[in-house]
Design a protein around this ligand. Structure first.
Ligand SMILES: Cc1cc2nc3c(=O)[nH]c(=O)nc-3n(C[C@H](O)[C@H](O)[C@H](O)COP(=O)(O)OP(=O)(O)OC[C@H]3O[C@@H](n4cnc5c(N)ncnc54)[C@H](O)[C@@H]3O)c2cc1C
Length: 301
């Protein structure tokens, strides 16, 4: 790993980077050790140049949006974490919204409302970027990204900018072709429909209210810890087994919503992992259901 050469590249090109950056500052869980480099890009061209430089110098990298679905190792991340949140432009043309990958879902929803476009109200309150949402096929309240995505622009494993249509994205429950790695989404085209702005606003506010009343938004978390098992709900199984409030160190199963593990203060990645294992074991033994984490673990082992 030729890190000095990579630093020289950044200095020469005025690419913003921070060395040894605690990832707890960039995840909704407020957990995670240091990334060797935390790089912020402001354009697709800069992203392309950074990827090329990282590859040439043998530095591994990881793409991050808002870090709202991540559990990062206490030992941090080797190489560079590339933050896309400054790639946040949003344009509308008729019923089409084009959002750069780092635009927050909140901002894209606001744009939809401003233009009386309906279809993405479900996403209001999901605290991620549009790129992260496509990667995860994020969804809520009966809606999901697969229902509104038209196409996207991405960088392939050879560093080429390409376009992909929805039909090739293999979107299913919290999965997409992008989960196979090696592709970076740079912008997403969303196809919405003309609607009534009062109705859109009311729907968004209703979804947000439901979140506030049911979810432990007052604590750091990464949302639902587990995927929904077929024909069941993770939260229901966890609660049924008396695990509400179960804790390891600073990590605890929320008393408000058993589907969430929360950081009650000073939780480490190891605390969360131990709690996840305890829940998985208990639910498997009692109900024969193998819970699968929705939260993505990354970083040094
Ligand atoms: C309180 C709370 C509530 C939540 N509610 C929901 C919900 O209702 N529904 C739901 O589906 N999720 C929910 N989530 C989880 C999370 O917000 C979503 O999964 C979101 O889509 C993740 O986006 P992000 O930008 O934070 O991605 P990150 O967490 O930063 O990254 C997630 C993954 O996507 C990859 N990625 C991100 N951007 C790109 C890109 N541009 N190109 C390629 N790969 C990329 C990352 O490498 C990583 O593997 C919730 C989380 C919290 C904290």
């Amino acid at each position: 790993m030729k890190v000095k050469a990579f630093e020289n590249f950044c200095d020469r090109n005025k690419t913003a980077y921070i060395k040894n950056e605690p990832m707890s500052k960039h995840t909704s869980f407020k957990i995670g050790g240091e990334a060797d480099y935390f790089v912020t890009v402001k354009s697709t061209d800069e992203l392309l140049a950074v990827i090329k430089a990282l590859k040439e110098n043998g530095v591994p990298y990881f793409i991050i949006g808002k870090g709202s679905n991540l559990l990062i190792s206490d030992k941090g991340i080797e190489g560079a974490v590339i933050n896309l949140c400054s790639l946040d432009g949003i344009k509308t043309e008729g019923e089409l919204i084009t959002a750069s990958a780092g635009a927050s879902l909140a901002a894209v929803c606001a744009k939809a409302l401003e233009n009386s476009l309906t279809g993405m109200e479900f996403a209001y309150g999901i605290p991620g970027t549009v790129g992260g949402a496509l990667y995860m096929n994020a969804g809520a309240y009966g809606g999901e990204m697969s229902q509104i995505v038209d196409s996207c622009e991405y960088i392939d494993s050879d560093g080429q900018v390409k376009r992909m249509l929805l039909c090739n994205m293999r979107l299913s429950y919290r999965k997409s072709i992008f989960c196979q790695g090696n592709m970076i989404i740079t912008s997403v085209n969303l196809r919405l429909k003309k609607g009534n702005s009062d109705d859109i606003r009311l729907k968004m506010e209703d979804f947000l209210e439901r979140r506030k009343s049911k979810q432990p938004l007052e604590f750091p978390s990464a949302g639902s810890t587990f995927k929904r098992p077929e024909g069941n709900f993770a939260g229901t199984l966890i609660e049924k087994n008396g695990l509400k409030g179960a804790a390891v160190g600073g990590a605890a199963v929320s008393k408000k919503h058993a589907g969430f593990i929360i950081n009650t203060g000073g939780a480490t990645c190891e605390d969360v992992k131990k709690l996840i294992e305890h829940i998985k074991k208990t639910v498997l033994a009692a109900d024969g259901v193998a819970l699968e984490p929705e939260v993505i673990f990354i970083g040094r082992k």
